[in-house]
Design a protein around this ligand. Sequence first.
Ligand code: PBG
Ligand code: ZN
Length: 314
Amino acid sequence: MVRENTLTKNDLIQPIFVEEETKERSPIGSLPGVFRESESSLASRVKDIQQAGINTIILFGVSHHKDAQGTDSLKMNGLFSRMIQKAKNAAPDIQVIADICLCEYTDHGHCGPLAHDGAPDNDKTLSIIAEQAIIAARSGADILAPSGMMDGMIGALRHSLDTSGYADIPLLSYAVKYASSHYGPFREAAGCSLGHDGNQVTMQSDRKAYQMDPANAREALREAALDLQEGADMLMVKPGLPYLDIIKAVKDEFQMPTFAYHVSGEYAMLKAAAEKGWLDYEATIMEQMMCFKRAGSDGIITYSAMDVAQLLDK
Ligand code: PBG
Ligand code: ZN
């Protein structure tokens, strides 16, 4: 009766990895219980997620057609578009979030084409993701979530969508994304570790040129304020649990729909401890989800979404 917060299935967003040119889904070593779906297993996975009562998914492509610019994601017959279409066709009522970024489709693994300093060229990236956003919308995505932390990305996408007949598609900005060590398993899962650079520019070996310094909190508010000025409809903070103070600060300051990304490393830590018998997975994940709600999260992207939905039924 006096409990201040509640967790429901409507708070959960299930991420799905989709690999092209494979026959069957395959397990991801560093994310026990998570799979790379094949294009043929995707439909039944999406239906299972919907059956479990989860209304929202976010898709990540595992591309076999990478280049310096990530151009495969600009084709209506490329993986990026196909996986959105297939998920939507499998369950038209499910909300599909498209991750708007190039790192899953670039051979060097950075979030945009490289400039001379070996980091993404901010403005070139903007013009490519502006095109990618249209492809996502045409493919049936309900929400676009740009994750590359480029300056001006929300403004560029909003303009691109509004002038192409997609004024009603909302933007969920990864407004506050830290250059975190907690993304390791994701990069293995999505095959987007920083790799080699065919153009012989010296490539930067981390994403600190565009992602945020974990030491900074006030900067998070400036990042969120800029994105809101540019037209963001919803804000995301990433990673999750080590950054609950940031979620609370962003929610308190802006009172906007605020999302948390319980990232791959957070899931992997919990799973590894549970496998050793050191932590109770079910009790701990439910506690963690409630902590996100208490901090002010409206929704949570988590690899545990299906497990949490089942635990809520118990
Ligand atoms: C890429 C992207 C990343 C994640 C989501 N989108 C990786 C990165 O920034 O390196 C990480 C998610 C996770 O670790 O679960 N734009
Ligand atoms: Zn990226």
